[in-house]
Design a protein around this ligand. Structure first.
Ligand code: C2E
Ligand code: CA
Ligand code: CA
Ligand code: CA
Length: 277
């Protein structure tokens, strides 16, 4: 078989076959994990310029019965290819809605919001708006407390559908942030067409501070956001120096290891008490 051409060599390549079956096993395992509701939200705090916690980003984790806690790097690519990412997103959205509803009832947490990452495929699903509004209605969560994080690239698959979905959700109070801003696309014209609330400066720019080029980019993003009346949040803030430089650039919202890592819900609530006291 080895001499009969590239195709057959590849086909019988045992390493390749192993990779394929590993992927299929992982896919099956994700399906099982979804059924068993093993995907849970970790929350990473977001703060304002005076150090108050304004909410958190929801980051999916897989609480695997054998492998322990797994980060998205382990499952997201296969989940995307197997069209299972939508279901992970929906489970995050449902749990986020339930949590917001609980927080609303206590004065100390009533003003917190949650930002949830959305995959392109879910945004383009025809029944997405209905499903999300149903989660919010069932839990009693205020839609205004929910922010959806979108990436630039996913908006361009079909801009008119994306805009229509966003406008519909916006009508109900749901807000939008552009994740990884500055890394996705060259034209900024779309910013005027979308009902946006926030730009999220990509962590690659923050990481490179105080390099002049990233300083200039962050400055430009902040100025742009200001003139479009959008909020700016910087993510991946790890050092005091980065934090102070961002403050100097008039960035008002922050997220990063300097303030808190993604953590399970109970730990987040505990962290809130000890941090805001
Ligand atoms: P992202 O949305 O850009 O999320 C930020 C990532 O940076 C998270 O990684 C977070 O843990 C990490 N991070 C936060 N602060 C710092 C910091 O100060 N320094 C450094 N070095 N890293 C920091 P994570 O949790 O592994 O998530 C990776 C990516 O997986 C996310 O990137 C997002 O694109 C995707 N993801 C996570 N949860 C979901 C989800 O529920 N749905 C979808 N569709 N995607 C998700
Ligand atoms: Ca995000
Ligand atoms: Ca990001
Ligand atoms: Ca990212």
């Amino acid at each position: 078989a080895k001499t009969s051409g590239r195709q057959s060599i590849r086909f019988f390549d045992p390493a390749m076959q192993e990779a394929v079956s590993t992927r299929m096993l992982l896919e099956e395992d994700i399906r099982r994990g979804l059924q068993a509701e093993e995907f849970i939200p970790y929350l990473q705090p977001q703060l304002n310029e005076i150090g108050q916690v304004i909410g958190a980003e929801v980051l999916a984790r897989w609480q695997h019965p054998q492998r322990g806690l797994l980060a998205p790097g382990y499952f997201i690519e296969v989940a995307e290819q197997a069209e299972l990412i939508e279901q992970i997103d929906l489970q995050m959205l449902r749990q986020a809605s339930d949590q917001l509803a609980l927080w609303q009832r206590a004065p100390a947490t009533a003003s917190l919001s949650l930002a949830v990452n959305l995959s392109a495929r879910l945004l383009y699903q025809p029944d997405f708006v209905t499903t999300l509004l149903q989660f919010l209605a069932e839990s009693g969560a205020d839609p205004y407390r929910l922010k959806l994080e979108l990436t630039e690239t996913m908006l361009f698959d079909d801009m008119s559908i994306a805009i229509a979905r966003m406008l519909e959700l916006r009508e109900h109070g749901i807000r939008f942030s552009i994740d990884d801003f500055g890394t996705g696309y060259s034209s900024l014209a779309y910013l005027q067409k979308l009902p946006l609330d926030q730009l999220k400066i990509d962590q690659s720019f923050v990481r490179e501070l105080p390099e002049n080029s990233s300083l200039a980019i962050i400055k430009a993003i902040c100025a742009l956001a200001d003139s479009l009346q959008l909020e700016v949040i910087a993510e991946g803030v790890e050092t005091e120096q980065q934090y102070h430089q961002l403050l100097d650039l008039d960035c008002r919202h922050f997220q990063g290891y300097l303030f808190g890592r993604p953590m399970p819900l109970e730990q987040f609530e505990h962290w809130l008490i000890t941090n805001q006291a």
